[in-house]
Design a protein around this ligand. Structure first.
Ligand code: ZN
Length: 64
C-alpha cells in the first residue's frame, strides 16, 4: 500500500507524509501525520527497505 493513500482514522483526511531521520541512529524514517490535527493520528515507518524505496521515488518526483 502506498503511504499517500493512508487516511486519518479520526477525520478521514489524507495523511501528510514527512521524511525524517533518527537523531541517534541517523537512519531515515517516514512519519505520517494528520494535516488537520497531529493529535488525531501519527504513524512511523522505519523499515529501511521501504523507506529507501519511498526516498528514491520522491527524489525522482521532486529533484531536477
Ligand atoms: Zn485527522
Amino acid at each position: 500500500m502506498a503511504v499517500e493513500s493512508i487516511k486519518c482514522l479520526v477525520c478521514n483526511e489524507t495523511m501528510g507524509v514527512k521524511l525524517a531521520s533518527g537523531r541517534k541512529s541517523g537512519k531515515p524514517f517516514i512519519m505520517l501525520v494528520c494535516p488537520k490535527d497531529g493529535r488525531h493520528f501519527r504513524a512511523f515507518i522505519t523499515d529501511q527497505n521501504y523507506v529507501k524505496q519511498v526516498v528514491e521515488k520522491s527524489e525522482r518526483l521532486y529533484c531536477k
